[in-house]
Design a protein around this ligand. Structure first.
Ligand SMILES: NC(=O)c1ccc[n+]([C@@H]2O[C@H](COP(=O)([O-])OP(=O)(O)OC[C@H]3O[C@@H](n4cnc5c(N)ncnc54)[C@H](O)[C@@H]3O)[C@@H](O)[C@H]2O)c1
Length: 472
């Protein structure tokens, strides 16, 4: 049966006493799982979270509104920071941690504490290995933990993004390995995380949560848990695979559309057409168009990596996913294109690259966050440092960035303005938009490369600055 429900609250409001033990509309019927549901509904449940990173920590904070949360992370430094009331995630202020830590949020160093939990949610990384192949070792480690802590009545949810089949392959297998039956003794579900770091409008509460379990009871139990904190409602899908595929589709959709507009931007640049104005105009169509914008490439933990999880799996089924691979190629090329724009503009300005200092502005992978994972800035910095005299980096939020040519620490704005001959804007932090173009007046820079259409070309040209923008 396929069920799709937004606004799970109708079900969540039913008390256990009102719920007969026979199957009614696919509700929870196993007695152990019913007890768990009862604790979820009454707010008495204990929630364990494995992995307190960009996904796990905000989720832990959100669950603390209703439940006691046990947070388990293998990174001791993160655990120490939390116990001191300090946050390491931009969207979570220190004050939130200070108010919760030791009370509703308990950071645990012994995984055995997870045995006390009614639900354990896994939010560990899913990177690619050096060959570009899914690295599921973190999920495998989490499955080992589940093997050691799972008991009858527990709900286990995977939130880490992976290819369809992962939840059953790893966690289902682990649960079966200790003689428990997934969906009967232990409820098992996948619920993709949709967090968008830095997004002030949409967060955990007002973004619908997709949930798919190994059976209806698992889906229902997971839906009742998430339904208790997600005001936008829960979207129940038929199984784990469908929920896993949903997340992958969301990220592939974004990666492919960004690649499409990047390719169009390369064409329009040659044709003297302003891509940004085209997208703005096309966006006035009230249906069947969604704006995407060109840029220096995609970054972060999701868009550059997740599509390759499906690509890997698709090949096992004998299908080479051309859209996914082509879009990766186009998005990767945008870093080269940024370098080409830098070199062309410096040439036009009569600058000798080997004598020039170039500053990469905005090293985070996107605006208004400090996360530099998979940031296109890293390769841009690497390539520039082969071609120009000196590379400086700046970011109002990130402190440094790791590249194959070593770590680059940010310089102060004063140093950048005094030393850099060329500024390459990669992340469009609000702070830059507020400070510039006014701040160019005090700057030594004669060349500006704008990868996000942040500045008015005319103003810069009037200041005698050579200006190039992707897609114009
Ligand atoms: N960051 C995002 O914006 C985002 C959005 C949606 C989905 N996701 C997905 O969510 C998952 C987690 O991503 P993230 O950005 O939070 O990663 P992250 O690296 O910020 O956090 C993961 C945490 O898990 C911890 N960890 C690793 N192995 C562990 C273990 N065995 N036991 C306990 N802790 C362990 C790490 O120390 C780290 O703190 C990934 O699959 C990612 O693709 C991320």
């Amino acid at each position: 049966m396929c069920f799709y429900t937004i606004g799970y609250r109708a079900f969540a409001s039913l008390s256990v006493q009102e719920t007969p033990l026979e199957d009614v509309n696919g509700m929870v019927k196993n007695s152990h799982l019913l007890e768990t549901k009862s604790r979820i509904d009454s707010g008495d449940a204990k929630i364990g979270i494995i992995g307190l990173g960009y996904v796990g920590l905000p989720l832990a904070v959100a669950f603390c509104e209703k439940y006691v949360v046990f947070g388990y992370d293998s990174d001791e430094d993160k655990c120490k920071m939390l116990t001191k009331g300090k946050s390491y995630i931009d969207d979570i202020p220190d004050s939130s941690i200070k108010n919760l830590i030791g009370k509703r949020l308990k950071v645990i160093s012994r995984e055995s504490k997870l045995k006390e939990c009614d639900a354990v949610i896994i939010c560990v990384p899913t990177p690619l290995d050096v060959r570009g192949i899914p690295d599921l070792s973190y999920i495998a480690h989490s499955a080992d933990i589940i093997r050691r802590v799972a008991g009858k009545g527990m709900l286990v949810v995977l939130e880490s993004t992976s290819y369809p089949g992962t939840t059953e392959e790893y966690l289902g297998h682990a649960i079966k390995g200790v003689g428990l039956v997934p969906g009967v003794d232990v409820a098992l579900a996948f619920s993709p995380e949709r967090v968008d770091p830095g997004n002030k409008k949409f967060g955990i509460k007002n973004t619908p949560k997709v949930v798919g379990g190994v059976n209806e009871e698992s889906t229902e139990l997971a839906a009742s848990l998430y339904g208790s904190i997600v005001e936008a409602g829960v979207v129940k899908v038929r199984d784990c695979k469908t929920a896993e595929a949903t997340k992958i589709v969301e990220n592939i959709f974004r990666g492919v559309n960004i690649a499409l507009i990047n390719e169009l931007a390369l064409i329009f640049e040659k044709m003297g057409i302003d891509t940004w104005e085209v997208v703005r105009a096309a966006s006035t169509k009230p249906f069947a168009f969604m704006p995407h914008y060109p840029g220096p490439g995609v970054g972060g933990h999701c868009i550059p990596l997740d599509p390759l999880y499906l690509s890997y799996k698709a090949k096992q089924y004998g299908i080479v996913p051309r859209f996914i691979e082509l879009s990766r190629e186009v998005n990767e090329f945008m870093k080269n294109h940024t370098i080409n724009l830098v070199m062309a503009a410096m040439d036009e300005a009569g600058m000798e690259p080997l004598d020039a200092t170039v500053a990469v502005m905005g090293i985070a992978y996107k605006k208004n966050i400090s996360d530099t994972r998979e940031s296109p800035a890293a390769e841009i910095i690497e390539e520039l440092s082969k071609r120009v005299g000196k590379v400086l980096v700046h970011d109002p939020l990130a402190k440094n960035i790791h590249t194959h040519r070593g770590d680059f620490k940010t310089s102060t704005m004063k140093t950048i303005m005094g030393d850099a001959d060329c500024l390459v804007f990669v992340a469009d932090h609000d702070e830059y938009i507020v400070q510039f173009p006014g701040a160019f007046k005090g700057s030594k820079a004669k060349v500006v490369i704008d990868t996000r259409n942040m500045f008015d070309a005319e103003i810069l040209r009037r200041m005698g600055i050579k200006y190039r923008c992707i897609g114009k």
